[in-house]
Structure formats: C-alpha cells, structure tokens
Design a protein around this ligand. Structure first.
Ligand SMILES: Nc1ncnc2c1ncn2[C@@H]1O[C@H](COP(=O)(O)OP(=O)(O)OP(=O)(O)O)[C@@H](O)[C@H]1O
Ligand SMILES: [Mg+2]
Length: 167
C-alpha cells in the first residue's frame, strides 16, 4: 500500500486548528482520521479544526466519560475519545459502536487511536502531535491512494509550514 508522510511545526493553537480545518474541508463519508499524542498535545484542537472544515456548527470538545459525540456537518462527524477505553478490547469497542462508526456514513476522528489500534482500518490518516520548544510538531501519515493524494494537496496549500517527505 502506498504511504506518504508530511511533517510540520505548529507554533500556535491556531495553526493546529488551521491544519485540522484544511483537512476537514477535504474529508468525506467513511474517512477515518486517527490522532495520537500525549495529554494536551492538541488532538481536540485539531478535531475542532476538522469540525470547522466539515461545517459543523456545534462545539466539539472531549467530555469526561463520553466516548463518542456526533456532530452534524457537510457529512456527520463522529468524534471518538478512546482515552478511557481498555486497550484493544473488542467488547468495549463494540459497546461504543466503534465498528459501525468506522466506515459509517460520516467521518470518524479518533483521539488516542493507539488504544484501538487492532480495530483500525488499513486505509486511514494518522496524525501524531508532539510537544516541542516551538509549540507542536505534527506528523501526518496517509495509508492508501486516497490519503496519499490528500496529503499532497495539503502540502501544496500549506505553503512553507509543511514539507512533504517519503512516498
Ligand atoms: N501548536 C500549538 N502550540 C501551542 N499550544 C497549542 C498548540 N496546539 C494546541 N495547543 C494548546 O494545547 C492545549 C491542549 O490542547 P488539546 O485540548 O487540543 O489537547 P488534547 O491532545 O486533546 O489533550 P487531551 O489529551 O487532554 O485530550 C490547549 O490549550 C490548546 O490551545
Ligand atoms: Mg482531547
């Protein structure tokens, strides 16, 4: 399967939001976007940007002990926060309806996706956020033709903030 990686520095929360928005503008039903990163890395900020790009009008946050929130947009946004889910537990994932959300009628964005790694589809977008001295570093990795093309578009429209690598 083709893979493409894009790396960039996000020096403010606004830049994290903007990356999410550019992504959200390009997403379609059935897409799965997986977010990885330590506490406070910016996963929800990125999700809020994705929501803005999808035309979601409601507020997107990560309420404690709620695993999935659904938002109406150009296509529905399913926001999954796996922080409190047992790791790779198929029963727990089934309880929150993860299988139906992945590949469902909306876009599925999963925070702490490493906790459901075994349940993720092979064709997906992975976004890793890390704390750096300047703010955050983002690594965007696309698996499969659709995501490779999408990353190429992102890197073109993001100017000097992001440079494409790999292929
Ligand atoms: N690129 C950035 N530079 C500096 N601050 C940022 C950046 N991106 C996001 N932030 C800030 O980091 C804080 C945490 O962001 P956010 O809640 O999105 O993280 P999270 O990864 O969802 O955290 P959690 O693990 O608790 O769910 C917020 O105050 C947000 O504004
Ligand atoms: Mg969060």
């Amino acid at each position: 399967m083709s893979v493409k990686i894009l790396r960039g520095q996000l020096t403010s929360a606004e830049q994290t939001h903007t990356l999410g928005k550019r992504l959200g503008e390009r997403l379609q039903a059935g897409d799965v976007v997986c977010l990885y990163g330590a506490l406070g890395a910016g996963k929800t900020t990125l999700t809020q940007g994705i929501a803005a790009g999808l035309g979601v009008a409601t507020w997107v946050n990560s309420p404690t002990f709620i695993f999935v929130t659904e938002h109406e947009g150009r296509v529905p946004l399913y926001h999954v926060d796996a922080y409190r889910l047992p790791v790779n537990d198929r029963d727990a994932a089934r309880d929150i309806g993860l299988e139906e959300l992945i590949g469902g009628a909306g876009v599925c964005v999963i925070e702490w996706a490493e906790r459901v790694a075994l349940l993720l589809p092979p064709e997906r977008l992975d976004v890793r956020l890390e704390h750096t001295a300047e703010g955050r570093a983002a690594t965007v990795e696309g698996f499969g033709e659709r995501w490779v093309r999408l990353i190429e578009e992102l890197s073109v429209s993001s100017g000097e903030q992001h440079t494409a690598q790999g292929g």
